[in-house]
Design a protein. Sequence first.
Length: 375
Amino acid sequence: MIIRVVFLFVTVLCFGNETGIGLAQSRILFPVNVAGKAGFIDHAGKLAIEPQFDEARDFAEGLAAVRINITWGYIDAAGKVVIPLQFATAADFSEGFALVSNERGQRGLIDHNGVFSTMTLHGWVYGFSEGLARVGIGERRGVGSFQSQMTVLEQWLFFNHDGTTVLRPQFDYVDDFHEGLARVGRRTKDRFLINYIHKDGRLAFVDWFMAGHSFSEGVAIVSHDPNGVTHNNYGRLDYDNFNDDAPNSFTSNKPIDFLIIDRTGNKISAGTFEDISDFSEGVVAFKIHGKWGYLNKQGQIVIKPQFDSAHDFSEGLAAVREKNKNYYINLSGERVLSISCDSADDFHHGLARMRISGKTAYIDKTGRIVWTPSK
């Protein structure tokens, strides 16, 4: 069955973007801000697109979302507007489509030419992941400790790039597919229980969990610990293990027993932690007694908990903070870069974005600052 629903946006004027996509493939650009206007630099820190936008996002699939005043559109790597600014929100492109909305909150998917897909949509549509996009239809409030937060949708479905509905999972919550498995949620009297499904809709595991992360690098973090609770907040799955019942009272975490599960259902203990991330480059960040460290897929601690905050590893490095100082460490836990900044992000395409005096800067892997707020 193909769902074809009239979408109430105005028709998009389209321009070809083959040149922009080609440019983006030959060079990577990074958004910067100069005197309140956003533009883009190249890998060497040279301005490639002059600052002229009120906001700009990273390039994805050759296009970047930009905003002037209150409307969003898309530019190519030459700085040319290829999808006119007319949207209230605009997400990054993924698998050939981007999720946009108008001022009335209506959502839809556009292709690289700015043409709306016929695939949409009643209710909530999400972007593509592994060839499938999910849609939530209808809405009803949940019950239990998180009444103000716990919202479920009446029906979920997945459609492919052609707009064909290929799966109608019957759960209170459905997430995107990652590595062939998608999280699903089942509401009980006062809790959300988590499992996973294959792309044919089969449940992956006999067990239902109190918490479950998406799969990453062949494994996922799950928990049976009743001290935690998962709730569904408008299509976003949130897991809380705070001492207060109200999820907005983020005071202190309860230690929770976490497990590492693979695709076959084999589980090993990850440990008892206050928080835990997802696996990236073979390790996962965890928090215990207020400090962050890293463990491997065998549940062994490979970098002891010592940091006040810790990012996932990306391109061999992870941003950490200790004693109000920011560092980048390698997979051996060695500090390889130190920079005076407010905060530091992950490395992507050889550069890492950071905030210095509240403004965007970039650093390369040698520690050289290629762009500073003064430029």
